[in-house]
Design a protein around this ligand. Sequence first.
Ligand SMILES: N[C@@H](Cc1ccccc1)C(=O)O
Length: 508
Amino acid sequence: MQLPHAQAAVIQTVSADEAQPVDALARATDLPVETVTGAVFELEEQALVAVTERVEESIELTDEGVAYADGDLPEVTLYRAALDAGADDEPVSMGQVIGSSGLEGAQVDIALSNYARKGYGVIDSGEITADLDADPDADSEATALETLAAGDGDATDATDIDDDTIEQLERRGLLERSESTVREATLTDEGVTVLMEGIEESQTVGQVTPELLTSGEWEDAEFSAYNVEADAERIEGGKVHILRQTANRVKDVLVGMGFQEMEGPHADADFWINDCLFMPQDHPARTHWDRFALENPTHIDDLPEDLVERVERAHREGVGDDGEGYHSPWDEDFARALALRGHTTSLSARYLSGTEIGELEPPQRYFSVEKVYRNDTLDPTHLLEFFQIEGWVMADDLSVRDLMGTFEEFYAQFGITDIEFKPHYNPYTEPSFELFGTHPTTGELVEIGNSGLFREEMLEPLGVECDVMAWGLALERLLMLMYGFEDIRDIHGTLCDLELLRETEVTY
Ligand SMILES: N[C@@H](Cc1ccccc1)C(=O)O
C-alpha cells in the first residue's frame, strides 16, 4: 500500500498491543507532533489505527514553587528566626526577627500573610510570637511542594495531596494546573494486514516550500489534505488589550450616537480642571493630597484674560441677580498651577469656552475617552490612573430624562440594561446623579459614573447660553460589568491576570 511519508512512518511505529500517545510517536518517528496527529487521524479514517482520547491533568510548580521546594517557605523561615529570637517565650519585635531571618522584599509580605494562618504564631502591634507546638516538618504545603518537585509533572503525583492544599498552593502562585487532551493510537487488525503486505511511501506533499515553487515541481505534486482537528502548537500572539479594545468600541458607539471627539492636555492648569467648573479654591479635592502637581513647569503661561476675569467674578459674586459666590479667596496664581488632570471635564471646559474650536451653537455633542489621574489608594476598584468616558450634549432645552435616556441608550450597546441612578452633588452640576450597574457575578452595585446638568455658575462665564448635560464614566468599571472580573488590577499593571487577558472573548 502507498502512504504519504508521515503516515508510513506512523504505521510502522505504532503497536498493535499497546496504545501509544501521539507525542511518543512523534519522538520515535522524529516528526513534529502536529504532523503525527494529522497522520494518526488519516490512518484512523482508513481504519488502519484506532484512536482513543483522554483528558490529562498536569500540575507543575512555578519558579517560585521550585525555589520553596528546594529551600523553605518564607513563613517557615520566619518561624525558625522567631524561635531563634526566643519568640516562643515572649513576643519579640518584628523588625528584629525579619532582620535576622534574611527575608527580603515581597518575601516578607508573603511570610507575614501566611504565618498566623498556618498557626506558626501571632503577629500583633509590631511584635511576633512563635507557637512551640507548630511543626514546620509537618507543614502540608511544604511537603506537597517537595512531593511535586520530586515527581514528573503528572497529576498522579498529586494523588496523595489533599485538594485544599493544592488549591492553596495554586492561589499562592506556587503551582499551575492545566489540562490537555492525550490521544493514543493502536494498530488495528486491518492495519496489521496492510503492514504485513508492505508499505511504500507515496510522494504527497504536506507543505508548499519555496523550493517547490521555484522549481515548478508544485505543478505535479500531490498535496495531502488539511486536517483542521489536528493538535497544533498554541501560539500566544500579541493582541489589543481588552481595555483598549473597549475604549475603541466606546468611541465607535458614541460616534454612532452623533458625538465628536475632544482632545486636550493630560497636564493642565487648575483653571481648566477646577476653576472653570465652579470648584472653590478651598475645595478638599484641590489640596496637594489629591492632585499630582507638576514641578517643571509649575504654572501655565497663557490663559484667556477675559475668561479668567469672568470665572473669578462667578466665584466671588455668583451668577444672576440672586447669585451667591463662595465668599472665599480666589487667586489667579493658584488657578495657573499645573497638575495632571483628575478628570477630563477640563476638556469639556476648554471646548465649551470657545477657545478650542470657536464658539459653539446648539445642538452639539462631544466626548473623549482619555486617561485621568488621581492620588487614590490602590484597591480592587481604584487605580491611580484610569480612563474616563467624558461627554456632553448642548441643546436649548434639556432635562434629566434626556440625561437618563442617553445613558440607557449608551449602556444598552454593551448589553447593560439595568443601570440605576442616585442623586449626588458636584459643585458644577445641578441636579447631579451617580450611575450604578450590577456586577454580573457578585451581584453587587458598582458605581460606574457621575453626571448632571452644568450649573449657570459654570456656563455663564464660559459664555454658554443654553443647557448642557454632561458626564464622566469609568471605562474600567464598564469592563468589570462586561467581563465580570472583580479586581481592576486583574487587567492593569504588574499583578494583571495574563490568562484573563489572553482568553477573554471579544464580543462585538
Ligand atoms: N468630573 C466628574 C464627572 C462629571 C462630568 C461632567 C458632569 C458631571 C460629572 C467626575 O470625574 O466624577
